[in-house]
Design a protein around this ligand. Structure first.
Ligand code: ATP
Ligand code: MG
Length: 422
């Protein structure tokens, strides 16, 4: 199959909109005689007049050849060796064109290996290939476009240009097989549909609904990274709707999603959280994962905490136990780092301190390290549940009147100096 090629005069992708670091990498590879393409989401976003999050380069130079021509280069990756070319404040991921390996091929040699586990999931792949093979091993047609620095054309092996026009997320190849190879592609489909306001093509949509349970086979640490992309992308609410429609929430947040199922009104809190996330994102504010997990699971955690208080546990211990047991249980699917679990548990256990308004307690609380996050949660939950209006007034006033209180810094760890060598 020959690719469709769109000449420079027929598309809107301009070097002006590509980061100067990526342009340097593209030209340097080309000048050394290699094929050099901008690939993946960067091309998709430029064609849609959106700001790409990052720029990836694909080339026929091998990782070793890339390393030889770039001083500022580091090779990474066990599953697939690729190059990170480092610039101030930016990394250009540069990978050699990859190919799938013919099924049943057991010949192993350096840089060419592939293995599947018994669920059909690809565990390792590192085979160099042609541009066409590289395009066709990508997830969706709209993610398989190349921009060729040699003549500024767009190269399309998979029909991505047409799908961009039609606003469709279409899997390259057979959806059941591609989702079994890598179940994370299912939540990527939901993310792109939500972010770009596209539809998921019917065969892919049905396949996700059939195969959503495969997501529990994905590596929990990778799921943690993907979950953050889902909710920090600025379109969290739209993405969440796709996750619900395709029933991908169960294999991600098992216990929590069953709790929501029991009473659909519990859904409202989550929607409001995601709305808030999107607003913060639009305003350019960054929310750290601890605050995000505290917010999204907030109503559920409050429910669990109350259950423990009802059996006689102190509110402080109830908050710690409930958060730790829920989030640790979730780690089998989505591996939330320990530090983040502690942040969530601090936010929740600090909530009772908002009721203590006497004496020096408010001052002390406001000076403590966890106050701001706890206060953001307190404000949010008070708004959603229309509660604590008097307390909200009190704390807003306290904050206004308080002198700018510096949050105490953690004491710096000082290293013992070695005695100088003689
Ligand atoms: P984003 O805007 O989030 O960066 P993206 O499409 O660039 O979206 P990346 O995760 O940066 O996504 O990946 C870059 C490219 O690598 C994708 O566009 C796609 O072509 C390919 N890719 C990424 N993940 C997969 C996957 N799981 N399976 C197949 N191809 C993938
Ligand atoms: Mg990208």
């Amino acid at each position: 199959m020959k690719p469709s090629v769109l000449k420079r005069s027929d598309h809107n992708v301009s070097r002006k909109n590509i980061s100067s670091a990526a342009v340097k990498v593209l030209y340097h590879l080309k000048d050394e005689g290699y094929t050099s393409y901008l690939a993946g989401g960067g091309v998709r976003d430029l064609l849609l007049n959106r700001n790409p999050k990052d720029f990836d380069v694909a080339t026929n130079a091998t990782p070793e050849q890339i390393r030889k021509i770039f001083k500022n280069c580091r090779l990474i990756g066990r599953r697939f060796r690729l190059a990170h070319i480092l610039f101030r404040g930016e990394i250009i991921e540069t990978s050699t064109f990859r190919a799938p390996v013919p099924e049943g091929d057991t010949d192993l040699c350096e840089n060419t290996f592939r293995a599947e586990d018994n669920t059909g999931m690809v565990m390792r792949d590192n085979i160099f290939g042609t541009p066409k093979e590289d395009a066709l091993r990508r997830d969706f047609t709209i993610n398989a476009l190349f921009y060729n620095i040699a003549d500024f054309s767009i190269i399309d092996y998979a029909g991505g240009l047409e799908d961009l026009d039609k606003k469709i997320i279409r899997v390259i190849g057979e959806p059941d097989k591609r989702f079994a190879e890598d179940p994370v592609r299912m939540i990527r489909a939901a993310r792109f549909a939500g972010t770009l306001d596209f539809d998921i093509e019917p065969a892919a949509y049905e396949s996700i609904c059939r195969n959503n349970q495969l997501l529990s086979n994905a590596a929990p640490s990778r799921m943690y990274e993907e979950v953050q992309k889902l909710f920090f992308c600025g379109h969290a609410k739209a993405v969440f709707k796709w996750l619900e429609k395709t029933d991908l929430l169960h294999p991600m947040f098992d216990e929590f999603s069953h709790w929501i199922d029991e009473d659909k009104s519990r859904h409202e809190w989550v929607i409001q959280t995601l709305d808030q996330m999107d607003r913060w994102r639009k305003a350019g504010l960054r929310v750290h994962p601890g605050l995000f997990f505290a917010l999204i699971f907030g109503e559920y955690h409050e429910f669990l905490i109350q259950q423990q208080i009802d059996t006689g546990t102190s509110p402080h211990d109830a908050a710690r136990n409930a958060v730790h047991s829920h989030l640790k249980g979730m780690c089998k699917n989505v591996q939330v780092p320990k530090a983040v679990i502690y942040q969530v548990s601090d936010i929740m256990s600090n909530q009772q301190r908002f009721e203590r308004t006497k004496g020096r307690q408010p001052q002390r609380f406001m000076q403590s390290r966890g106050f701001l996050d706890a206060f953001l949660y307190f404000k949010f939950s008070s708004k959603v549940h229309k509660r604590n209006s008097e307390l909200m007034e009190f704390w807003s006033e306290e904050r206004k009147n308080a002198p700018e209180i510096p949050v105490p810094e953690k004491p710096k760890r000082t290293r013992k100096r070695r005695p100088p060598k003689r």
